[in-house]
Design a binder for this molecule. Structure first.
Ligand code: ZN
Ligand code: ZN
Length: 166
């Protein structure tokens, strides 16, 4: 997600999706393109269910099955990425034109933060060379407690102590 939106990006993305559907002999329905547009207008990591409710909220009539099915198609043509952060439900994000990045997830509030560190690229090429692998992709998730949840935990611990003292 790390990057700004270019106005012509949505057109490029639609062209890629359109070519993919043609190649696979699948129908180019309005619903499928609508879902793609909706995804490329957001800037977050989202669950399939919240994408579905957001589209429904905008009064666009669409079935849950179409949303799930279109997400799978978009993964296959590399326009979105699917993540499994811990035990949470799968989350998705747009991926076309976006820099490679990794994620840190708060175990308390489930917030997802992105980071980009060139040293990871170095590890990939070094390990690939060392172990004779052609590295195709990687996934790196870190888990921890975010700043505001740390404060919350401290406050909870402090109030517990108070109760114990009294
Ligand atoms: Zn991300
Ligand atoms: Zn948190």
């Amino acid at each position: 997600m790390t990057s700004n939106n270019r106005p012509d990006q949505i057109e490029e993305v639609k062209n890629i999706f359109s070519a993919y559907l043609e190649k696979k002999d699948l129908r180019k329905t309005n619903e499928r393109f609508h879902i793609l547009e909706e995804i490329y207008s957001r800037h977050d990591h989202f669950e399939a269910e919240s994408l579905y409710t957001d589209i429904r909220k905008k009064n666009f009539n669409i079935s849950r099955a179409t949303v799930y099915n279109t997400l799978e198609l978009l993964i296959s043509c590399d326009l979105i990425k699917k993540h499994q952060f811990g035990k949470n439900l799968a989350q998705y994000e747009k991926s076309y034109g976006y820099k490679q990045h990794d994620h840190i997830i708060c175990v308390d509030c489930k917030k997802v933060v992105e980071f980009c560190d060139p040293r990871i690229q170095q590890i990939k090429s070094m390990m690939g060379e060392l172990l004779n692998f052609k590295i195709t992709h990687h996934s790196l998730n870190m888990y921890g407690v975010c700043g505001s949840c740390q404060k919350k935990r401290e406050m909870e611990a402090a109030s517990k102590k108070e109760v114990e003292v009294n």
